[in-house]
Design a protein around this ligand. Structure first.
Ligand SMILES: [Zn+2]
Length: 176
């Protein structure tokens, strides 16, 4: 019987899903970059006030303050829905260049699970190879939250970025 090699430092391929905690904008690795992930059900005022942060609302209920200026890349998705047809183009044209230029992005929805989960898993799908990260949803759950990605349509949106079908087990475990 082969002996399992000792995992290299930083190798998270076998990591367990990360237990849920309040999502206040903790950083999540996506490829060579990091993005911050949050939910508006938590108090994010300090995060929204940071002028160096580019906000990526994945919800159409952005709780901004009157008179406050924000830098927003609007990307509202339907709750429990999928992603638009141009999702991949949007990420490649509007998000990846910002990450490459070092902008600090704060992505958020309400709970930070479904829509923020699909955003994170989608970036992982685009930035990491299938060999490196076979399942971007598993990776998003290891790095962000065990509840990341809620609906089958969201899972389809993630795997479509790689031209792949959704693994069959997600048909049972995700909302249809
Ligand atoms: Zn969570």
């Amino acid at each position: 019987m082969a002996i399992n090699p000792i995992a290299k430092a930083g190798d998270t391929s076998s990591a367990l899903p990360k237990p849920h905690v309040p999502h206040l904008g903790e950083t999540v690795r996506v490829g060579p970059y990091e993005v911050m992930a949050a939910g508006t059900m938590y108090d994010l005022d300090d995060r929204f006030d940071d002028p160096n942060v580019v906000l990526v609302p994945l919800t159409d209920t952005f709780p901004g303050l009157i008179g406050q200026e924000y830098h927003i890349v609007y990307a509202a998705l339907p709750d429990y829905g999928g992603v638009p047809d141009n999702w991949g183009e949007f990420l490649k044209e509007n998000i990846l260049p910002r990450l490459a230029s070092g902008q600090k992005l704060l992505a958020f929805c309400v709970g930070s699970h479904g829509r923020t989960g699909v955003f994170l898993a989608s970036l992982i799908a685009l930035l990491e190879s299938s060999e490196e990260t076979p399942d971007p949803i598993v990776a998003a759950r290891q790095r962000h939250c065990e509840k990341a990605v809620e609906s089958f349509a969201q899972a389809q949106g993630v795997f479509a970025l790689r031209g792949q079908p959704v693994p069959a087990h997600y048909r049972k475990s995700l909302h249809r």
